[in-house]
Design a protein around this ligand. Structure first.
Ligand SMILES: Nc1ncnc2c1ncn2[C@@H]1O[C@H](COP(=O)(O)OP(=O)(O)O)[C@@H](O)[C@H]1O
Ligand SMILES: O=C(CO)[C@@H](O)[C@H](O)COP(=O)(O)O
Length: 573
């Protein structure tokens, strides 16, 4: 019998079933807007309360999506009864507030009725704050101050305070909606919420996803007492908060139990099908291939993320360290930008439209990226151009929306003015925005990279750069990222594209079920590395390191950093 796994990633609303040899057997999808937009009044999956900066999602929509995606999977002929293990991924940081009826209701779900019909009454709050929520500035200030500053908080929890991080969200919930906080018996993250539904019991947090809360002490491997006190409103509130949060297993491959009878009877899962911890979408993305230290994943979706697997813990307020989801002693280094695809689209749309017979809407943008030299320096004496393009308030750096253009003469930086003699065209913007996104990643990852052992003659840089997400389809972006970031072995496109996090969840389930025990137990990299084939999974899209270009961008990293500081000093969020 084939060994099959199922994963369900709520961020991408995708269920993927893979076989033991990692081939994809079945896939199904739910689209929040197309399937539920009218019913739940969501756009791009969320609701927004502009006045308070709240971005949130109805939990009922997630619940209904579970039934729908599984029904679609079964309709496609997926052999549900052969699925041996389930894991998955969900957007990071988002929180679900269960009331005291939840545990009993989850345990006694009736397969004749839908999840939605039965889980309607188990939430203390009917919404889940989304990762784009930015209602918690006051709470962030309190978190940053509480341990003595953002760097101290980052040293302990892996990150300075961020609007979306769950600790700040829970603190705001207690202050803004005290009745909800009181009525909450347990809190789940999006990932552990999904695991709970499959398990028929409230599942613990995942060891990687718990590090997206600003509450977990990474080196002590436990909750930070002081941060719990802040969140709970004093020492006396901590026991109740601890109960709401639950215990956290430190093994990412822990089997939490078998699938709830609801799923065996309603969808034909086998009774022995095992559930392992679900993780965040980004930790799951780094599990979608055997990612070695020094390799980097750049996700070019609506937002942009830069991810690395590293044994070096060097926290800083401008980025995140999280526990690696499967490998103890390793960390996921992450940069998360709100302005990714949308910002590039705005620059693209300011260019003349491609000719009517041109199918690729990016054709003119790409031509501009490829025909503009680095930093728009055509000849000696030209000023280098640097810019920041943030149609949305940005996370890295924490700055309000805006566009800023600067020039650099090799030693000093000046804000660009339209009246100056320098010509700054829309075509230049296309090159400068892509460079800017990559320069920010290079600046912040420079202390984590070292020389690639197989190519010691090259400067420190990532070994391979894997592109995922919508923007990974674009050859001009791949080229410009290779120019700026290098890549000793080149730039690759991961063919799973937007499904990387769902696929990573599936690999995690496979590893948890097949890794073996005791001395024989295989690490994630050993197990997946032995079965993963480059062919069909990745495609080389650029050579990566080019000496001349790599140096040009290295020489302006300081100026880029200074531009950010200047912008921050006048335009902080
Ligand atoms: N050929 C392309 N070139 C550049 N950007 C692209 C291209 N195709 C899609 N995109 C961008 O990809 C983004 C969507 O990426 P995707 O990974 O599907 O989204 P999400 O992060 O929401 O899952 C959009 O902002 C879109 O502009
Ligand atoms: O907040 C973060 C990472 O810290 C985001 O990466 C979200 O996890 C993205 O979720 P989706 O929009 O892809 O669902």
């Amino acid at each position: 019998m084939n060994f099959k796994q199922l994963t369900y990633g709520v961020t991408k609303r995708i269920a993927i079933v893979i076989a033991s040899d990692l081939t994809v057997v079945s896939e199904a999808k739910v689209d929040f807007d197309a399937d539920f937009g009218a019913k739940y009044a969501v756009k791009k999956g969320v609701r927004i309360n502009e006045d308070e900066g709240e971005v949130y999602q109805p939990v009922a929509m997630w619940v209904e999506a579970v039934d729908l995606v599984l029904a679609r999977l079964r309709e496609k002929g997926c052999p549900m009864g052969q699925i041996k293990g389930v894991s998955g991924s969900g957007q990071q940081h988002s929180s679900v507030y269960w009331n005291s009826d939840a545990e009993a209701t989850l345990k006694s779900l009736d397969p004749k009725h839908s999840l939605l019909d039965q889980l309607g009454g188990v939430f203390a709050y009917e919404f889940a704050p989304n990762w784009q929520d930015h209602s918690t500035q006051k709470e962030c200030d309190d978190f940053d101050a509480h341990l003595g500053g953002p760097q101290k908080l980052a040293d302990v929890s892996g990150s300075a305070a961020h609007h979306r991080f769950t600790g700040t969200q829970i603190l705001r919930m207690r202050r803004r909606r005290p009745q909800v906080y009181e009525a909450t018996a347990r809190i789940s993250l999006c990932s552990s919420f999904l695991a709970s539904v499959f398990l028929g019991s409230i599942a613990p947090f995942d060891i990687s996803d718990v590090t997206g809360m600003n509450l977990w002490d990474i080196s002590a491997e436990t909750w930070n007492q002081k941060l719990l006190e802040l969140t709970a409103g004093g020492e006396e509130g901590v026991p109740a908060l601890r109960k709401k949060l639950g215990e956290v297993p430190t093994d990412g491959g822990v089997i939490l139990g078998t699938v709830s009878p609801y799923f065996t009877q309603r969808f034909g899962f086998s009774e022995g099908c095992r559930i392992t911890a679900f993780t965040g979408d980004n930790p799951a993305t780094i599990l979608s291939l055997p990612l070695r230290p020094l390799d980097a994943i750049v996700s070019l979706g609506t937002s942009s993320t830069f991810l690395m697997n590293t044994p070096n813990y060097k926290p800083d307020p401008s980025y995140h360290f999280m526990n690696h989801p499967t490998t103890k002693g390793h960390y996921m280094f992450m940069l998360c930008y709100k302005n990714g695809g949308l910002a590039r689209e705005k620059v693209r749309d300011a260019l003349p439209k491609p000719a009517a017979d041109e199918k690729d809407p990016w054709a003119n943008f790409n031509k501009s990226v490829l025909e503009t030299p680095p930093l728009d320096v055509h000849k000696d004496g030209d000023l280098a151009k640097l810019g920041l393009y943030f149609p949305l308030p940005e996370i890295v750096p924490n700055v309000q929306a805006g566009t800023w253009r600067y020039t650099h003469d090799g030693s000093s930086l000046s804000e660009y003015s339209a009246s100056s003699s320098t010509n700054w065209t829309s075509e230049a913007d296309a090159r400068i925005i892509v460079e800017s996104q990559a320069l920010s990643m290079r600046l912040r990852s420079q202390n984590l990279v070292s020389k690639t052992p197989e190519r010691p003659e090259l400067p420190a840089q990532p070994r391979r750069i894997y592109l995922v997400g919508g923007g990974s389809l674009n050859p001009a972006i791949a080229r410009a990222f290779g120019d700026v970031l290098g890549g000793a072995e080149g730039v690759y496109r991961l063919d799973v594209g937007g499904n990387a996090c769902a696929l990573g969840g599936a690999y995690k389930a496979l590893w948890a079920c097949e890794r073996g025990d005791g001395d024989e137990q295989q690490s994630f990299d050993e197990l997946i590395g032995a079965r993963w084939k480059e062919e069909g999974n990745v495609q080389k899209v650029d050579d990566g390191y080019r000496e001349k270009e790599y140096k040009i961008y290295g020489d302006v990293l300081g100026a880029f950093e200074e531009m950010e500081s200047r912008v921050l000093s006048v335009a902080k969020n």
